[in-house]
Ligand binder design. Structure first.
Ligand SMILES: *Cc1c(COP(=O)(O)O)cnc(C)c1O
Length: 857
């Protein structure tokens, strides 16, 4: 039946409740058996049953109705088309990512990065943002986790069958599969075919190296996510970056989709896209030179960093990258020139390393981190790339992550919400969470629903624990107890994430006796559900899981704590709505953002978290709890012990008493107040729609604007900018601030003007090449300036190659003030004055002792 097939083919079913309900209604049992996978579902029901369905007019009508709704969704103008009126908005955006978590059925993710990418595509689809996703199709995705008898993680790699997935092979007009090719060392070539997944309106291109034309080794390049050797990883990243650009070109050529003006490099893995785009421009009709090609490529690129830890950054041996870049032939460019793009040529850098984040930052017009705190951490982590500037000026901004509401809101909650909203009102605004006297949901309704969600989780957890024990070698006869573990009326805490050390899976068992007593408290019992995969090569992570499982296995606590193997999106969709409290205890500030707590918040679960990532900016004292951090305690064991103690105290003295504080109707009114506040205030803020619209407004659109200018006719602007940069770079060593002076002595009142003077030597450069800046701010105890303003000084006259500058400005602050004079490059085509990373500061201490002054009282 064609409409049903069409519904299965577009992954919008993964977040469109009516479509899912429709499939479930066709055969509930098979729907469960195939793990809620429409394609597998259609493959599993018998021909006879299918005929039966096609003969049923109700079903035929319902399918046609859903199909109309889908085509409506795909074609109707959305926010991007109708509300976002900006002449510079991009024609299209290529979004490159090593992982995409769209649904558990397409297991192409390991954790947060991938799920974020999936949510980004889905929200872009909802908003009508013209993104094309570019990624790889891994034959075995990440891995499936089970446990050994002793609680050690065991990995298996079930292979997917793309032919039975909602994917279409991209074909040439003659019907043959379209292939992209990437040159490899030793005269080999890596080929890949391109699968297209439809994520609502968005096409996601996934490259697959399992093709006959490849040699045996090349076929295995896309075998799994983050597996294998450095060579293997390198080949994957070449395919993603270089092959990804080729796949995009093939796709736009064959479908007529618009060519992207913006290239979004989601984390460093896709950084080699810049190399391919440089090659295109240099070997194309215009034969751009290397410098011009760099400017043209850069002008249309956005880089997002996702890690606050240097160890999380993708770094390769320079010699390895050299071997893989050598076969990429670009006339006029040496491999060394390409290698320089990712070289750690700064203080503390390693000359033998090629750094993918450095490549990403150097080749991007704009860059961002994924939460405010992460933006700050990133600016200081990459400060060495902009030496001489203040850390606050490092050009990395931030957009806080969000989650796709329709994917992560439990169906029953969405239903309840719809009941209490005005017609036409969006569920995502959370106005339905207002008090009942204003037409919102009542405490009773909401609390009953929260119990249902908890119960649904408890049942799911029991099933998973039982299955896990069967795999661990127990016999069904000894597993009766698993039907009685956990309790749908007990305060339920959830904790699930990948298991790198900094996330501290085992902080909760820092003092096992204390935790056991909290779990088994007679009046106010607590239960904890834990899940998480460790990268197989991370021995420490693997042993943390084993320690936790060993604790959970103990007879006296096993009713109250459960470890569920194989954390994935499917589990998350039951876990996060079902918990009362979501626990997150990373070592601050090592969590870039985190999104799992957001998925909880939109379902009315409360966060109990270290002030890190998104929680650092969104915790407000009423929407959950902040676990006190022992920042500054250097001994890690002592720090863990302090923070674990803080956690136990919070659970025991604050969280549990509030949860169990019931009125005569059995409702915890104070708890409900927090749920309501969470839904109403966090609900709208943690949406991926908010995130994607910020990307569009603050990053994609300005990047598109600069791309349009620099890639305009004949690439003249890119040539001009490249020539300017070359000239400034070569002349910069002659720039010097010769003398500075200030007249502030007779100024007495706030608001009075003061005068500043500077003599600057420019060498071969012209006054219009540079800006001479006055930094005016407070003097800190270590003689730095803080909270400074940056003011442009005016050139007055030139004599013997020295230009005199002057500035009059009001002094708006009193106290110990100071100033600094510096010279920076300036050009209307640059994103800002930090772009070249060049700055010449006046030498303060020796030549200009008078740069500090006291003003007012
Ligand atoms: C949301 C999610 C993550 C990411 O959560 P963090 O808060 O970043 O740890 C990882 N895995 C799954 C399955 C998820 O659903």
């Amino acid at each position: 039946m064609k409409p049903i097939g069409n519904l299965a083919q577009n992954l919008r079913w993964s977040w469109n409740r009516p479509t899912r309900d429709f499939f479930a209604s066709l055969d509930p049992q098979v729907w469960e058996e195939v793990g809620h996978d429409p394609a597998a579902f259609l493959g599993s029901i018998s021909v006879q049953k299918l005929d039966e369905l096609s003969a049923n007019p109700d079903i035929v009508n319902r399918a046609a109705e859903l199909e109309r709704d889908l085509s409506d969704y795909l074609e109707k103008p959305q926010w991007f088309q109708s509300e976002f009126n900006n002449a510079d908005k991009p024609s299209a955006i290529g979004y490159f990512s090593a992982e995409f978590g769209v649904t558990a059925v397409l297991p192409q993710y390991s954790g947060g990065l991938g799920i974020l990418a999936g949510d980004h595509l889905k929200s872009a689809s909802d908003l009508g943002v013209p993104i094309i996703g570019v990624g790889l199709l891994y034959q075995a995705g990440y891995f499936r986790q089970s446990l050994t008898r002793e609680g050690w993680q065991r990995e298996s790699y079930p292979v997917i069958d793309p032919d039975n997935m909602p994917l279409t092979l991209l074909r040439e007009n003659d019907g043959t599969p379209a292939l992209v090719d990437v040159p490899l060392p030793d005269h080999r070539t890596l080929y890949a075919q391109v699968w297209v997944a439809k994520v609502g309106r968005i096409a996601l291109l996934m490259m697959d190296s399992d093709v006959v034309k490849n040699d045996e080794a090349a076929r295995l390049v896309t075998d799994r996510l983050y597996g294998g050797s450095k060579d293997h990883r390198m080949e994957q990243e070449l395919l993603l970056g270089v092959g990804g650009v080729k796949a995009l070109r093939t796709y736009t050529r064959l479908t007529g989709a618009p060519t992207p003006e913006v290239y979004h490099c989601n984390e460093g893995h896709a950084g080699f896209m810049a190399v391919e785009r440089i090659r295109e421009l240099m070997t194309g009709e215009e034969h751009l030179d290397f410098g011009t090609a760099i400017e043209a490529v850069r002008s249309g690129t956005l880089f997002t960093t996702h890690t606050p830890v240097p160890a999380g950054i993708d770094r390769f041996d320079r010699s390895l990258v050299q071997r893989y870049l050598a076969p990429i032939e670009i006339p006029g460019v040496t491999t060394d020139q390409l290698l320089a793009l990712g070289a750690e040529t700064y203080e503390g850098g390693d000359p033998n390393v090629f750094n993918m984040a450095v490549l990403g930052l150097r080749m991007a017009r704009m860059a961002n981190g994924v939460a405010q705190l992460h933006g700050k951490v990133s600016r200081s982590m990459f400060h060495q790339l902009w030496p001489g500037f203040d850390v606050s000026e490092v050009p990395i901004t931030s957009i806080t992550n969000g989650v796709h509401g329709p994917t992560w809101t439990d169906g029953r909650l969405a239903q309840l919400a719809r009941k209490h909203q005005e017609p036409g009102e969006h569920v995502n605004t959370y106005r339905w969470a207002r008090p009942p006297e204003e037409g919102g949901v009542s405490d009773e309704e909401l609390w009953n629903l929260r119990r249902e969600l908890r119960e649904q989780l408890v049942l799911d957890a029991r099933r998973r624990v039982r299955e896990s024990w069967l795999e661990r070698g127990a016999s069904p006869a000894e597993l009766d107890w698993t039907n009685r573990i956990l309790d749908p009326d007990v305060l339920t805490i959830g904790f699930a994430r990948r298991v790198p050390t900094y996330k501290r899976l085992t902080l909760m068992i820092n003092n096992p006796e204390r935790l056991a007593s909290i779990l088994t408290n007679k009046e106010r019992p607590v239960q904890i559900i834990v899940a998480g995969k460790s990268h197989p090569d991370d021995e420490q992570g693997v042993s943390l899981i084993q320690r936790l499982v060993a604790f959970a296995d103990q007879y006296d606590v096993r009713d109250r704590i459960a470890f569920l193997p194989n954390y994935d999106m499917d589990m998350a969709q039951t876990l996060m709505p079902g918990v009362d409290v979501w626990l997150n205890n990373p070592l601050r500030p090592l969590e870039a953002s985190g999104t799992s707590g957001m998925k909880c918040a939109i379902n009315g679960a409360l966060n109990l978290s270290i002030l890190d990532g998104w929680w650092d900016e969104m915790y407000d004292g009423r929407n959950g709890w902040a676990i006190p951090t022992a920042d500054g305690v250097d001994d890690p064991e002592r720090r863990d012990a302090i923070e674990a103690e803080g956690l136990y105290n919070l659970i025991e003295n604050t969280v549990a008493p509030r949860f169990y504080d019931r009125d005569e109707n059995g409702i915890p009114r104070n708890w409900m107040e927090m749920i309501r506040h969470t839904l109403a205030t966090l609900g709208p803020r943690v949406q991926a729609q908010r995130m994607v619209s910020e990307y569009v407004e603050n990053l994609y659109t300005p990047v598109a604007a600069s791309s349009r200018v620099l890639n305009g006719t004949g690439h003249q602007a890119a040539r001009d900018l490249a020539a300017y940069k070359a000239r400034v770079r070569s002349g910069w060593n002659q720039v010097a601030v010769k003398h500075v002076d200030a007249k502030v002595g007779d100024v007495a009142t706030v608001g009075d003007s003061a005068s500043f003077f500077a003599d600057v030597q420019l060498g071969h450069l012209h006054p219009e090449d540079v800006e001479v800046q006055l930094l005016l701010g407070r003097v800190t105890s270590n003689d730095d300036l803080s909270g400074f303003e940056v003011l442009a000084m005016q050139a007055e006259h030139a004599e013997n190659g020295v230009v005199s500058y002057r500035l009059e400005t009001r002094l708006n602050n009193a106290g110990p003030l100071g100033y600094q004079v510096r010279v920076v490059p300036t050009h209307p085509l640059m994103a800002g004055y930090t772009e070249l990373g060049l700055v010449t500061n006046a030498e303060r201490a020796a030549d200009n002792p008078e740069t500090h002054f006291y003003f007012g009282n």
